[in-house]
Design a binder for this molecule. Structure first.
Ligand code: ADP
Length: 387
């Protein structure tokens, strides 16, 4: 079972690990809000009740393990980790780095452990795939002592997605991940780019928090940090107000009043200039990162689009790669326009760089990591132990 516990929601999926089929999935929303369940414990009980109808409740003896998505692993957790009291304490220590996300993840873990103390439970971190980024790329150019004291550095997020998609893209190309240099563009409501050299992440657009980098649904992405001082000194805004502005009211929403790329597209078709500008700012930022990561990698074999916008918006993909023939990137307009749910190549035959659309599947990645660790634990019990 894969659990993604947010502050007011719990998403779950139940996967059969012999063939990776999805047995069940769902979402409990409005936790602690009017019309919703009281807390995360009640939410998990509801999940269990929903699953029990199919004979698959949390109390099912067939459940092998629970995998939890955890947003921030800091520098300590660089791989999926079997949860113990010590690990849980470690995740709690990271709350200052992810004050909105880690507490909800922790609550989900605690409740699931109370319900099934007998089961292996695994934390899979959004930051882990980026642990290989060299210091030259993850260190901010500020006073080293202050940076180290407050754990200020680039961590990167969406790592589970970048890991899954970069492996799937290599497979689509008929190659081993070690043979492929790629730029992965995860464009969902949150958005991030990763430079992946031979299966190893060497740079990413998100930083200390998910605010840095690309223009997103409601986040600004990159800006001059002095914007914050300016808004404080001249605008009279508080730290919390600016935090909310940059994380929740910026990006496409701030530029055009809508955070959904479909809505932006509809308004552009109606001649809405704000929507057009939002699209242009979004695409310009994307192109900057494609250029930057091309230089970081030196040789680029593939550019890979994933998540809601990346998988579905032919317009964003076309605009992001327009005029890059000089870099060996040639999109096939017909392939790009095809709507499909499977991974596919959308580059022209004469494109030196392969361009691909690869649907992400963070739940499957978490399930695989979880199952691998749970199996390891079962094996560790010695020969003859049940799997
Ligand atoms: P999350 O980051 O919440 O997981 P998703 O990866 O599901 O987000 O992406 C959600 C976003 O994908 C939506 O906000 C919307 O902008 C975009 N999207 C979904 N479908 C389409 C589509 N057909 N065309 C353009 N954008 C789309």
């Amino acid at each position: 079972m894969v659990l993604n516990s947010g502050s007011s929601s719990v998403k779950y999926q139940l996967l059969e690990m012999t063939d990776h089929s999805r047995l069940a999935s769902g979402l409990v929303e409005r936790i602690g809000e009017e019309g919703g369940v009281a807390d995360h414990a009640a939410a998990l009980r509801q999940v269990s009740a929903e699953l029990r109808g199919q004979g698959l409740g949390l109390d099912s003896p067939e459940l092998a393990a629970v995998g939890h998505r955890v947003v921030h692993g800091g520098t300590r957790f660089t791989a999926p980790t079997l949860i113990t009291d010590d690990v849980l304490a470690g995740i709690e220590q990271l709350v200052p780095l992810a004050p909105l996300h880690n507490p909800a993840n922790i609550t989900g873990i605690k409740v699931a452990r109370e319900l099934r103390p007998d089961l292996p439970q695994v934390a899979v971190f959004d930051t882990a795939f980026h642990a290989t980024i060299p210091e030259s790329a993850h260190r901010y150019a500020i006073d080293t002592a202050i940076a180290d004291r407050f754990a200020v550095r680039r961590y990167g997020f969406h790592g589970t997605s970048h890991a899954y998609v970069s492996r799937a893209a290599a497979k689509l190309l008929g190659k081993e991940p070690a043979e492929v240099n790629q730029i992965v563009l995860h464009l969902g409501n949150g958005a991030s780019a990763a430079a992946v050299r031979g299966g190893v992440c060497v740079d990413t657009s998100m930083g200390l928090t998910p605010l840095e980098g690309l223009v997103m649904g409601t986040r600004s992405g990159d800006l001059d940090p002095a914007v914050v001082f300016h808004l404080q000194r001249v605008g009279g805004m508080s730290t919390d107000e600016i935090d909310t502005l940059l994380n929740k009211k910026s990006g496409l929403l701030g530029l055009a009043g809508a955070n959904d790329m479909r809505e932006i597209g509809r308004r552009m078709a109606d001649g809405d200039e704000r929507a057009q500008l939002a699209f242009d700012v979004y695409v310009h930022r994307l192109r900057r990162y494609i250029g930057a990561f091309t230089a970081v990698l030196g040789r680029v074999d593939a550019i890979v689009f994933t998540a809601g916008v990346g998988e579905n918006s032919a317009a964003v993909r076309a605009a992001a790669l327009a005029g890059l023939e000089g870099f060996g990137v040639v999109l096939d307009p017909v392939r790009n326009a095809v709507r499909a749910s499977a991974g596919r190549l959308i580059s022209a035959e004469n494109s030196r760089v392969a361009v691909a659309v690869v649907p992400t599947d963070e739940e499957l990645e978490i399930a695989r990591d979880t199952y691998a660790l749970a199996q390891g634990r079962a094996d560790a019990r010695g020969p003859g132990a049940a799997g």
